[in-house]
Design a protein around this ligand. Structure first.
Ligand code: HOC
Length: 387
C-alpha cells in the first residue's frame, strides 16, 4: 500500500481505479473549464505570513457550522453520483465523516437513498435539495429528509438548468450511461470497481426511482431528470421552501453580493459561496475570489461558507482567514472514496486536518477563531481588477 500524504496521492490511485466515465464526471468543469481551473489556482495566489516563537501547545481546529460542533471547518459537499465512484459510496463517505466529526451532505442525485444513509449512520447528516418541477415529489423528498432527521437542508440555487460539460457528453454520461465501445472497453479494465458494484444490493438513484411519478427504472429516470430541474425557481419559492423545511437552511450557489442580500431576506441560516465546482457558469469568478465582496455585503449578518477548489488544509485555512465560517470539499473526498472506499475518505480528512493544523501553527495561531486576514498575503489585484 503506497504511503498517502496528500490529496494528490489519492487522486492518482482514484484515476487508476474508477472507470473513465465517472472519473471525468468528477474532474469536469463546464465549457472551457476556466472557472473550474481558477477555483484552485486562485487559492495558490494567496500566500501566508510565517510567524515564530508563539506558544503552540494545545491547538484545536474544532469550531461550529450552523450551530453544530465540527472537528474542523470542513463539510463533505453534496456530490451527485457519489455511489458510482465506489459501491455504496454515499454510505461510506457519510460513515467516514461521522467518525471524523464533520458534516456529510447527501445529494438529491445520489445513488444511495436518504433512507439507506440514515440506516447506516448514527448522527444526523445534511441533505442537499434540487428544486424539481414535480411539487408532490418535492414535498415528499423534504418529508423524507425530515423523517431521516437530517439536521440541515442545503438548497442548491445554481442548477435550474445543467451547465454543458463536454466530457460527460462525449462519454455518454447520463442515467443510465450510454454504453459506447470505448466506455465498455474501459469498464472491462476496471475489474476491482466492477466486482464491488456487482455486489451491492442497493437500488440506484434511490431518492428518485420509485418515488417520482412514472420513474420506475433507470431508463424512465433519464427523461424525468432532464425535464425536472425547475427553471422557474425564484426567491419566493426559496422562502416557501424555508418554511416547509422549518430547520436549518443553507443556500448554495451564491456568487454575487446582491444574491447574498436576497438570502438574508429569506432568513437563511448560511450561504455557500459556490460556482458548483466550476460545473455551471463557466467564466464566473472563482469562489475564493468572490468571497471577500460577499463577506463585505453580508458577513456580519449570516454565516458564510465557501466551496470550490479546496484540495488542502492550507486552502481551508485561507478561506477561513478571509472570513468564511466553513468550507466544503467535493473532489478531495471523492478521490479518497474512489481510491480506497471509506478508509480513503477518512484519509482525505486526515490529510486536510494535518495540513490545517500544521499551517495554523506555523502562522502563529492556535485555533480557528484566531485565523484572520492578518495571516494572509493577498495580491493587490485579487478582487480589484474585475468591474
Ligand atoms: C446525470 C445527473 O450536482 C453535478 C450534480 C448534478 C448533476 C445531475 C445530473 O454534476 O453538478
Amino acid at each position: 500500500m503506497p504511503v498517502i500524504t496528500t490529496i494528490e496521492d489519492l487522486h492518482r490511485i482514484y484515476k487508476r481505479r474508477v472507470p473513465k466515465m465517472f472519473y471525468d464526471y468528477c474532474e469536469t468543469g463546464s465549457w472551457t473549464e476556466q472557472t473550474f481551473r481558477d477555483n484552485s489556482s486562485d487559492f495558490a495566489r494567496i500566500r501566508l505570513r510565517q510567524r515564530v516563537a508563539v506558544d503552540m501547545e494545545g491547538r484545536s481546529t474544532a469550531t461550529q457550522m450552523v450551530g453544530q460542533d465540527v472537528a474542523m471547518p470542513v463539510a463533505l459537499a453534496p456530490v451527485g453520483l457519489t455511489g458510482m465512484q465506489a459501491a455504496d459510496g454515499e454510505i461510506k463517505a457519510a460513515r467516514a465523516a461521522e467518525k471524523f466529526g464533520v458534516p456529510f451532505t447527501l445529494s438529491t442525485m445520489s445513488i444511495c437513498s436518504i433512507e439507506d444513509v440514515a440506516a447506516h449512520t448514527e448522527k444526523p447528516f445534511w441533505f442537499q435539495l434540487y428544486v424539481m418541477r414535480d411539487q408532490e415529489y418535492l414535498a415528499n423528498l423534504i418529508q423524507r429528509a425530515k423523517d431521516a432527521r437530517c439536521s440541515a437542508l442545503v438548497l442548491t440555487l445554481d442548477l435550474q438548468i445543467l451547465g454543458q460539460r463536454h466530457k460527460d457528453l462525449k462519454n455518454g454520461l447520463s442515467a443510465p450511461p450510454k454504453m459506447t465501445l470505448p466506455t465498455m472497453a474501459n469498464l472491462a479494465t476496471k475489474w476491482g470497481w466492477g466486482l464491488e458494484m456487482l455486489q451491492t444490493k442497493r437500488r440506484f438513484f434511490g431518492n428518485i426511482i420509485g418515488h417520482a411519478k412514472g420513474v420506475t427504472d433507470a431508463s424512465s429516470l433519464v427523461d424525468w431528470t432532464a425535464g425536472n430541474f425547475d427553471p422557474r425557481l425564484d426567491w419566493s419559492q426559496v422562502k416557501k421552501l424555508k418554511e416547509d423545511w422549518g430547520g436549518k437552511l443553507i443556500l448554495k450557489g451564491i456568487l454575487d453580493a446582491e444574491d447574498a442580500k436576497r438570502a438574508l431576506d429569506v432568513g437563511a441560516d448560511a450561504i455557500v459561496v459556490s460556482n458548483h465546482g466550476g460545473r455551471q457558469l463557466d467564466g464566473a469568478l472563482s469562489s475564493i475570489r468572490a468571497l471577500p465582496s460577499i463577506l463585505r455585503a453580508v458577513g456580519d449578518q449570516i454565516e458564510v461558507h465557501v466551496d470550490g477548489g479546496i484540495r488542502s488544509g492550507q486552502d481551508v485555512l485561507k478561506a477561513v482567514a478571509l472570513g468564511a465560517k466553513g468550507t466544503y470539499i467535493g473532489r478531495a473526498f471523492i478521490y479518497g472514496l474512489g481510491a480506497m472506499g471509506e478508509p480513503g475518505v477518512t484519509r482525505a480528512l486526515e490529510v486536510i486536518h494535518k495540513e490545517l493544523d500544521t499551517t495554523m501553527a506555523l502562522c502563529g495561531r492556535k485555533n480557528i477563531a484566531g485565523l484572520d486576514r492578518d495571516i494572509l498575503l493577498v495580491p493587490k489585484d485579487f478582487e480589484g481588477d474585475w468591474v
